[in-house]
Design a protein around this ligand. Sequence first.
Ligand code: DSN
Length: 414
Amino acid sequence: MPTLSETDPQIADLIEQEEARQAEKIRLIASENYVSHAVREATGSVLTNKYSEGYPRKRYYEGQQIIDQVEELAIARAKALFGADHANVQPYSGSPANLAVYLAFAKPGEPIMGMGLPHGGHLTHGHGVSITGTFWKSVQYSVRRDTHLIDYDEVRSLAREHRPRIIWAGATAYPRIIDFAAFAEIAREVGAVFCADIAHIAGLIAGGAHPSPIPHADVVTTTTHKTLRGPRGGMILCREAHAKAIDRAVFPGLQGGPHDHTTAAIAVALAEAARPEFKVYAQQIVKNARALAEALVAKGYRLVSGGTDNHLLLVDLTQQGVPGRAASQALDRAGIVCNCNSVPYDPRKPFDPSGIRLGTPAVTSRGLTEPHMAKIADWIDRVIRAPADAEVGSRVLSEVRELTRSFPAPGLPS
Ligand code: DSN
């Protein structure tokens, strides 16, 4: 059997380069992680060769003897891990999962409500340039200017005024615990479907490091590849009463055949997340984020909301006088990968905002702990003080490489 490097040396070489990049660098992009070798093996399996429109035992094509069992395992593991009545493991990723919720519960033009993207929400929670902000009448809530926390009074008063069909809770850049019970109460009052998008924090919830929305939400959507540490994919959990509407919305409403290789890899990741060591991992992600936040604050950095309760922090670099993009690019050159990010009420444009977002899921997967976070904060500080200084960058880069060599990234070929 010809290997990839024989069949397509160009792509093989690029994959090898990416493996080296992931091995050598300190990866602080809050939505990224390292999957296990087992998850990668399932992702690269022959299950990619199968088509299986429909759901287990109700398929449109034959030959589902194995695939049905794979999907049933994934569903059972998702339900058990999160304590949900129903699970749909077919969404291709988080955005399609969220679109399925719109399709199930709101007609185009009806009001929906979510957290504004500039305040930490996701594109698919009704942002203006997303289909969700154009096909539906989007109402966006924000965080408070003084605390950077969700303003539940504002959420309630907007909900009373606009009577949205769906209320979204969940974020891509919110460093604090989300009060799912408060959202549920508001949704109940106005007759909205309450959907919690836990894409960023699914692993924390599975590991008991963040409260679960399951007792409160009608529907929960998630990606499977962030803190949950599975393959690129999506999942919807919901109450039994909504199961039919959700399943119909995913297939045939929105998608064709599920990606069975991904379903298998999701099942593997869910089994991994059910193990006791995953609890330790989830708690360590939060401890690391807190340690990184404390070390940066001690160096005079301003954090949105003053700190973090979860896996991420947002650093406002306004007082350092370094734009977010210049900072993230300088850090990347120095071997520390993050993304520039808007901060609440950011006067700068989203493509070159005032802040950077840092997350600890990937560095925690490679075994780094609190003392390493102090070191990372020190490197970040040295680079931000002199973003254009190539000598500083290359000194930090060689120190980063020394550390990453001692903590091999899981799931990568050694
Ligand atoms: N792109 C993801 C993130 O980085 O937060 C959200 O979908």
